[in-house]
Design a protein around this ligand. Structure first.
Ligand code: ZN
Ligand code: ZN
Ligand code: ZN
Length: 124
């Protein structure tokens, strides 16, 4: 499964902007990959859960994906109108998450933080 996930990740990395699972699936089939749509969906979901891809929900409820510019842990600032996504670091959030976790005796702390708003282009 890891190799298929990598193949999906690579396909997404070669794409500009956000692509749906259908788009990724069609492109992989075109390249001769023997992969099912369900597998593509699952791989994209796993990549999104692992913070390797950005995922957005379009107005008609479809999820679209984009490979993150970095594999390092980061956060997203997302425009809720046009879907523009900026990758941001949050040192204060990292410290706070660690502190609040250890305060309660938790280890292996992880977190997901997405910040939503209206981008400069949309509010102009
Ligand atoms: Zn990202
Ligand atoms: Zn916008
Ligand atoms: Zn973080």
């Amino acid at each position: 499964m890891t190799t298929r996930r990598d193949a999906v990740h690579d396909t997404l990395r070669r794409s500009e902007g956000f692509r749906s699972a259908q788009d990724v699936y069609a492109e992989m089939r075109q390249d001769g990959a023997k992969i099912g749509l369900t597998t593509v969906y699952r791989a994209l979901q796993a990549l999104a859960d692992g913070g390797k891809v950005d995922v957005l929900r379009t107005d008609d409820g479809e999820s679209v994906y984009r490979a993150c510019a970095t594999d390092d842990h980061h956060h997203h600032l997302v425009c809720r109108r046009c879907g523009r996504t900026v990758e941001v670091a949050g040192p204060a959030v990292e410290r706070w998450a660690e502190a609040v976790g250890s305060e309660h005796g938790f280890t292996e702390i992880t977190h997901t933080v997405e910040v939503f708003g209206t981008c400069a282009g949309c509010s102009a």
